[in-house]
Design a protein around this ligand. Sequence first.
Ligand SMILES: [Zn+2]
Length: 165
Amino acid sequence: MPSCGGERDEREFERGLVDLKIEDASEEALLPPLPQITEETRPFWESCEKGVLSLQRCASCSQFRFPPSVICPNCASMDHSWEPVSGLGTVFSFVTFKRLYHKAFASLLPYVVAVVELSEGPRMVSRLVALGEDDSLKCGAPVKVRFERQGNELMLPLFELVDAK
Ligand SMILES: [Zn+2]
């Protein structure tokens, strides 16, 4: 009979977290899991590499979209271009991670993952950085993109508060 959670699963979960903390950290394990670049997403990452946030824009209805897709979710047109956007937005939703789920994030605890609503419309899941000790983050807070390289790998678009020092 399949388990539906409960005390035993919770204990195993906690033990897994302890193992995660005391294991030797190899260099590979210290890198966060990174996105796979596909043909569709390559222009996005190439733009990030230059420190510019770019989104697909439908050539038919002019709507920006994210994540990248072949077809416009608004009008089903397949014609599009990649355009630089402001990198500005607001926090639509967020969660603060206080537990360790991956060794690469150990030094970041606690860290904030947010759904950012970009000024151009699409929403993007990212991490908020440079928040300091201040615990007053609220939905609707204005943010701007800030690129950070992950190891020797990708430049990731992260976000910080607009008035961050
Ligand atoms: Zn469209």
